[in-house]
Design a protein around this ligand. Sequence first.
Ligand SMILES: [Zn+2]
Length: 648
Amino acid sequence: MKKTLTLLLVAFTVSLFSQNLTDDDFENVVCKEADAHAHFKHPAPAANPLTLNYDLKYYRFEWYIDPAQYFIDGKVTVYFEVLEDNFNEINFDFSSQMAVNDIDYHGQSLNSTATGEYLLTIQLPAPLPTGQLDSLTITYAGAPTSSGFGSFIQSEHNGVPSLWTLSEPYGAQDWWPCKNGLDDKIDSIDVIVTTPAPYRVASNGLLVQESVVGSDKVYHWKHRYPIAPYLVAIAVSNFAQYTDNVPLSNGTNLPMLNYVYPENLTAAQSGTANLVQVLQFYDSLFVTYPFHEEKYGHAQFGWGGGMEHQTMSYVTSYGWGLLTHELAHQWFGDMVTCGSWEDIWLNEGFATYLEGLSRERFPSQVNPKWYDWKLSKVNSIISQPGGSVLVDDTSSVNRIFNGRLSYNKGAYLLHMLRWKLGDDDFFSGIRNYLNDKQYSYSRTVSLQSHLEAASEQDLTEYFNDWFVGQGFPSYQVIWEQGSQGDVYVQLNQTTSHLSVDFFEMPVPVLLKGVGVDSLVRLEQTQNGELFSVKMPFEVTAVVLDPALWLISANNTVQHGELAGIDEALTDGQFFVYPNPADEYLQIFYKNGNVQGELNWFIVNALGQTVKTGSLGTSIDVSDLQIGLYRLVLQAHDGGSSVRSFMKK
Ligand SMILES: [Zn+2]
């Protein structure tokens, strides 16, 4: 899902409806102020425990829809497998606003009861055993109560009626009896909609029949892939239709079927033609298009943005950003669906990032370009000091779909992982994740474990800081170049939010000379850490993160004297840093970091050895008492060197 909003700030409220949605320059912005709108909240974040005792196998939807009427009339036939013994009633999430007219069970009419706002309970005539496959048909009608972003909307375009559904996150239960949680995909569906003849019906899967019955038309869509309930959708209007063909890497010629408002046909044709190459690009990036035996496509609707309905995204316009975002969701959101709304970034962060990757891949065709796109994301993320990518209030639709956090910061978490892991491990880890979780639900921990397996890096700290924690670092860089060419770079860091005291990250730093430069990667593990880099040229300037690999803000770079270094450099072959030391002590040779195996020991003022070890990049001195010490280095050849330092 992607909103393209024009914000109308009126008395601190935000309109969710927008105008002039022809371009994709709009930010995905959902202001927290909008949380005040009570009707955007829905207190149903988890799966309904009463629906966990059966597994959905198949739905046949048969509806009558006249887009001029705010009404749905029809029936659903549900096939389910029983998961526990003595199964004597079946529960659905279904709005009590809808009138249930009949429940047919093998020719027998059953009774049902509606409880509260959204529970339908059907009593079975006899209990069923575990493993039993059974079915029933629920006939119902009504004017659905629309929730969320407009789960069931009747509108018009150019004076012509248009009706569409958009169930994410909690709206499927408004208009059909379902399991409304993120726990059970339906294995396959048929969607059969009758509508007055001027109209077409868009839905999931392949159109297998389009027939005329009197003054009506019947559209039969067949979808044979698992589908989350919120991705089942219909759109009905006087669509013009056309198809783009997309050759896939597996040899399939995929139809991209487009149902568009006739007055927007030219813009649509231009936009979807540009998308063909992006579908091929995504198809080559991770795994092949997930629904390649059926189709991809678009249906136009009047909601301000787009929605990634499985195999057919609903879009309001045809700009690059919107189309590439919704297309990416077919992999991230549809094939692999977030298993909790806490993890919506697995849908939205990925879709946003893939939009970015399409800008990186096709630089001549897009505006904004890749760098400017990244800059706009970083600027959005740092516009407030806090906020986690982990959704901490799933009862708020606007918190779930917070553009700054779930979309932009989510996308940047992926971008930073790509930098941290490198392209090979990043892309192969995600490919493994998609293959492992295909056609099911996933949580953040699963993505983490696949990236860890691919990279052999422990990402616990990363996800603690960036996914659970809030805020971002500000870097203060101080650098100077010694007489033998060594460039010393000290990285200091403050954080914008108390939940994270330090971000361990590889920091890209560009060292620039006259007509030459060099990008170095500084793996920062300590605040105030000093790095030395041998440079064969005179460094005239230092630039932090020139390509925007990181989320950071208010950074400073200062060419100046690093306290303690000048004194150290004038004396002997190595020095210790910082001095005085607090948490750790680093050791530097003047011609670069110490190489090879060395043993060391620390002696206190009384001559007692208080600590020994083999040399790493730094020595933990946090447990030493305040005082004066000597560090003794022993090389393999038996020689030793000594430096004094203060522990503060
Ligand atoms: Zn989205």
